[in-house]
Design a protein around this ligand. Structure first.
Ligand SMILES: NC(=O)c1ccc[n+]([C@@H]2O[C@H](COP(=O)([O-])OP(=O)(O)OC[C@H]3O[C@@H](n4cnc5c(N)ncnc54)[C@H](OP(=O)(O)O)[C@@H]3O)[C@@H](O)[C@H]2O)c1
Length: 299
């Protein structure tokens, strides 16, 4: 097991365990490690700590006693989840319940990440945390079940719902469009699904701000960049920033069928996290420009 970032001088610092550390969000948290020297961050990939191996998780917590857990581990292949229901529920729900129970028992503060796909997408104004959930995909339903188990077994936990996550790491819409702009003479992108992109680096910063905030207030919080756009608008903005002349046309969801249903509208109201933890909400354009200008696009 590789535990990154530990040294003897770190012994007295509060420890933050990051599970799913090789994902987009996990890697962005790793990028921030040096900016948060007051914490000892422990990064565990799926290989280091598969969260659905409950006995391994229990033993790890008993040995290390982390002060905080940021659970970035998740089953995230939205379409595949439709045919891998049991696996999606095992990782996104059952394992989250076990993590929450262990955190509660060990007084480890848990931040768990959830999704806008817990909503059905029929709203006409940004979703607030207390709005009713009605997921219409296996992925969304498994994540909602994970939220409920997290709160049941660790009422002190914080759940952060986010949407349309991208980063220079991993697989995401921005990287797909960058590749397609190189490969194709023209692109067609869905223009009837509206949401808010989230730069994983901003989300990572927000999560560490919550950890360092003086007041821990359990509950559900929405976090995304500000603005509401369609996937088409997002693709056009990416192309513009790349000074690409590849034509992009808008198409409807019906013209681009996928195994999983996706919400037509999933903009999140982020005022609660902003007011409670003073987490800044950056404009999606600013964050996209930052990501495209300053990042090396690694896999
Ligand atoms: N991506 C989005 O657009 C989006 C939108 C809304 C919410 N979210 C939520 O945001 C969180 C972070 O997402 P992300 O975009 O960073 O996802 P990601 O890039 O797919 O990362 C997820 C990580 O979890 C790991 N993992 C999967 N099963 C595991 C297991 N059983 N034990 C331990 N680790 C496991 C994966 O390992 P491998 O690297 O080995 O596959 C991967 O590194 C997730 O909770 C996700 O549901 C994401």
């Amino acid at each position: 097991m590789t535990v990154m970032g530990s040294s003897s001088s770190d012994q007295k610092k509060p420890t933050i365990l990051v599970t799913g550390a090789n994902g987009q969000l996990g890697k962005e948290l790793r990028q921030l490690e040096k900016s948060w020297p007051q914490y000892q961050l422990l990064f565990l990939s799926r290989e280091d700590l598969p969260i659905h191996h409950f006995e391994l998780v229990r033993r790890y917590f008993e040995a290390v006693h982390p002060d905080y857990l940021i659970n970035c581990a998740a089953y995230t292949t939205v379409d595949k989840a439709e045919s891998e229901r049991d696996l999606a529920y095992q990782i996104n729900a059952e394992a989250v319940g076990v993590l929450a129970a262990i955190c509660h028992q060990q007084q480890c503060r848990l931040i768990h990440i959830s999704t806008d796909y817990v909503f059905d997408g029929t709203a006409t104004r940004p979703y607030r945390e207390e709005d009713p959930c009605a997921p219409r995909s296996v992925y969304g339903a498994s994540k909602w079940e994970g939220e409920k188990l997290a709160m049941q077994y660790d009422p002190d936990c914080i759940i952060v719902r986010t949407s349309w996550v991208y980063s220079s790491f991993g697989k995401n819409f921005v990287k797909t469009i960058l590749r397609l702009l190189q490969e194709r003479p023209s692109l067609s992108v869905v223009n009837d699904q509206v949401g808010s992109p989230t730069y994983a680096a901003d989300l990572a910063e927000a999560l560490l701000s919550i950890v360092s905030s003086k007041s821990w207030k359990s509950g559900i919080y929405n976090y995304s960049n500000s603005g509401n756009i369609s996937w088409f608008d997002f693709a056009v903005a990416i192309a513009k920033l790349q000074q690409s002349t590849v034509p992009i046309q808008g198409i409807s969801t019906d013209q681009y069928p996928t195994a999983a249903h996706r919400p037509a509208y999933s903009v999140l109201d982020t005022s609660k996290i902003n007011q409670t933890f003073h987490v800044p909400i950056k404009d999606w354009r600013e964050s996209l420009a930052h990501c495209l200008s300053f990042c090396t696009f690694n896999t």
